[in-house]
Design a protein around this ligand. Structure first.
Ligand SMILES: Nc1ncnc2c1ncn2[C@@H]1O[C@H](COP(=O)(O)OP(=O)(O)OP(=O)(O)O)[C@@H](O)[C@H]1O
Length: 662
């Protein structure tokens, strides 16, 4: 058979270089990755067989074999699972399809020190390629179950790999590593040592539901003696010429075992197996449902949000098992989209092994399960808030943005979701607040929970809309996630208190007495400014629906606000970005009557600039006043971080005025 040579895809090559130069210090995990892949391959084959979808496959003794050969310094991990076709080998082993991994590689390039790099790699896991941490050549021989020919893939990890067709490959996949020399200082151990293999499997792969058999000294078959082990631990068990395979794992389904019997480490290893994350999870959640519809769930909240969490095509959902048999990955029927970061296993007793995604979506029991699991995740986070505030803070930083999507979709759990939200606040530069804490601190006479949405904390905090609130010491929530623009409009209240944007509608702050006192003064100003406001409303009629006096400004001359029920500009932009047409909604220009600029405009208007006496002087004055009105409006837009429709005209008008001061 002819041997073909292929080049690795660029990203794959980068990743291999990293593996060869070993930026990850714990090299033992290569074996976990190979066993994990082998286990997946066995799951897939069993499932196909259950569905009569694997003609010609042998499912009689499914297992994983580990074969060390001390003499040849090789280690082989073998499974008799689904295997790969020639095309699959090229597609799956030579390229990196995972978008998260591509993003990871970009970041890794930027990471300066090796600890940062190790942290990053832990976040993604690299699967099969981890072999190159411990091997200088990797050979994979595989035959897809039911197919006649097999494929041999081989590479030193340097840029190319070879592929050839083979005739005598057994069903499944065997990965043989030519091991690098032992180097304990670099945590590169002797991976032909049965003792080491036992230890690694026990630590990382004990729960794997297939037998992991070690065949000590595979080399014995070609004449080497299996009893010449040098480890003390091995010498004791060297029993002679024909070593029996030894099953290394207990195969117990962790989710079915009582909590008291399982160590946290074991849970964490299961998490790593199903999530491909190399780090421990933030939280482990166990749930056992008894009764008519029996199931067990073991759910995990990762410690870090995956990079592709917000990309289209992100696979959500947990693994579904039926009576200990793996049925599917990413079972989206079991988790709502806003909890799509939750990983784990759900094992149901009363489902058919043939169950399909479509059936699951409609199954009433599954819907009940979905509700129960969502509630359980939310209540766990709630407990974290009080029991482990630091862990909760991590949770919120990583997943808060996603969880808030639930406010738009899961009405049944809205209060529970609001209860675990926290928000940046004007009260504290670092420490966020919950709504309950905010409500507790509300001042006498304050009726609403105030917030402002925007692009960044700085932009929101410096927005003119905040001035009166700052002056009166009223706390405002600073909402800067895109999703905030949307949910605030759909959540009417929290504990009977309305949520109100400081940039929308009228604001009426202060105690009853203060309101009464300021009422008379306001009335006077309203009369004083009536003519200017009317003139400006007309002059700026294209841009705004009204010009009025403001009670929210103390420093700035003007600000732009929306009517209570109107869509904000940010939301309009979001809809537009999604390709949805939105009509332009005009906003309201509010003026600060106590600002000298606004007072000056009133006088200019009263002096005849807004008049209609038709003289040339009056016409010029009106043009100037009109331009000033435009500038005032545009300055207000800039102050809230908005954009101008004609920036060059704005600059020209400002330059003209600056010039006159020189
Ligand atoms: N023993 C095997 N039997 C059958 N297919 C395999 C085996 N090992 C790997 N594969 C195929 O190759 C693909 C890539 O494997 P690899 O370990 O690189 O990544 P992964 O397991 O998909 O994810 P991760 O990189 O996060 O570990 C797998 O998804 C699987 O389809």
């Amino acid at each position: 058979m002819s041997t073909e040579t292929f080049e690795f895809q660029v990203e794959a090559r980068q990743l291999l270089q990293l593996m060869i130069h070993s930026i990850y210090s714990n090299k033992d995990v290569f074996l976990r990755e190979l066993v994990s892949n082998a286990s997946d391959a066995l799951d897939k084959l069993r499932l196909d067989a259950l569905r009569d979808d694997a003609p010609g496959a042998d499912v009689s003794d499914l297992h994983i074999g580990i074969e060390p050969d001390r003499e040849a310094r090789t280690l082989t991990v073998r499974d008799n699972g689904i295997g790969m076709s020639h095309e699959e080998v090229v597609r799956l082993i030579g390229t990196i399809a995972n978008s998260g991994t591509a993003a990871f590689l970009r970041e890794l390039k930027e990471a300066e020190d090796s600890t940062a790099a190790e942290g990053l790699i832990g976040q993604f896991g690299v699967g099969f390629y981890a072999s190159f941490m411990v091997a200088d050549e990797v050979t994979l021989v595989t035959r897809r179950a039911g197919e006649e020919h097999g494929t041999r893939w081989s590479s030193t990890g340097e840029g190319t790999y070879t592929i050839e067709t083979v005739d005598d490959a057994p069903q499944g996949t065997a990965v043989t590593l030519r091991l690098k020399p032992e180097d304990a200082e670099d945590r590169l151990y002797d991976y032909t040592s049965p003792w080491k293999i036992r230890e690694i499997v026990k630590r990382y792969s004990d729960f794997i539901t297939w037998p992991i058999r070690m065949i000590p000294e595979a080399g014995a078959a070609d004449g080497t003696d299996s009893t010449d082990g040098t480890d003390g631990a091995e010498a004791a068990e060297g029993t002679g010429a024909a070593p029996e395979p030894e099953v290394l794992n207990s195969m117990k389904a962790l989710w079915a075992r009582p909590r008291s019997e399982v160590g946290d480490d074991e849970y964490h290893e299961l998490y790593k197996h199903i999530s491909h994350d190399w780090n421990d999870p933030l939280e482990t959640i166990r749930l056992q449902a008894e009764g008519t519809f029996e199931y067990q769930a073991l759910l995990f909240i990762p410690a870090q949000a995956p990079r592709d969490l917000f990309l289209q095509g992100y696979k959500r959902g947990v693994q579904l098992y039926v009576k200990r048999v793996f049925i599917m990955d990413d079972c989206e029927a079991l988790m709502p989209p806003y909890l799509r970061f939750v990983k784990g296993v759900v094992d149901a007793q009363d489902l058919s092994l043939n169950v399909s995604r479509e059936i699951l979506q409609q199954d009433r029991q599954i819907q009940l399960m979905h509700r129960r699991l969502a509630k359980k995740v939310l209540s766990t986070v709630k407990e974290m808030m009080t029991g482990a505030p630091e862990r909760y803070a991590t949770f919120w930083t990583e997943f808060g943005r996603v969880v808030k999507e639930g406010l738009l979709s899961d009405f049944e759990n809205r209060d529970a979701i609001l209860g675990i939200c926290s928000f940046a606040t004007t009260r504290d530069a670092e420490q966020p607040t919950t709504l309950a804490q905010y409500a507790e601190r509300m001042q006498d006479g304050q009726e609403h929970i105030y917030y402002l949405t925007g692009e960044s904390r700085q932009a929101v905090e410096n927005s003119p809309h905040m001035e009166a609130f700052r002056a009166k010491g009223i706390e405002v929530l600073l909402l800067t996630d895109p999703v905030d623009e949307v949910w605030v409009d759909t959540v009417p209240e929290f504990q009977g208190k309305q949520l109100r944007s400081v940039a929308k509608g009228d604001v009426d702050l202060g105690t009853e007495d203060e309101k009464k006192e300021s009422g008379a003064e306001r009335e006077r100003q309203r009369e004083e400014y009536a003519a200017l406001l009317e003139w400006m409303s007309q002059h700026l009629g294209e841009q705004v629906k009204e010009v009025r006096l403001s009670s929210r400004l103390t420093v700035s001359p003007a600000c732009v606000v929306s009517d209570a029920g109107d869509v904000t500009p940010a939301l309009q932009n979001m809809y537009r970005a999604m390709g949805q047409p939105v009509p332009e909604v005009k906003r309201i220009l509010e003026l600060n009557p106590d600002h000298p600029l606004v007072g000056g405009m009133r006088r200019a208007h009263a002096d005849g600039a807004g008049g209609t006496d038709g003289t040339e002087v009056a016409a010029a004055a009106e043009t100037t006043l009109g331009e000033n009105a435009e500038l005032l409006y545009e300055m207000a837009l800039l102050a809230e971080g908005g954009e101008l429709s004609d920036p060059s005209r704005f600059v020209r008008l400002v330059a003209d005025r600056v010039q006159r001061t020189l």
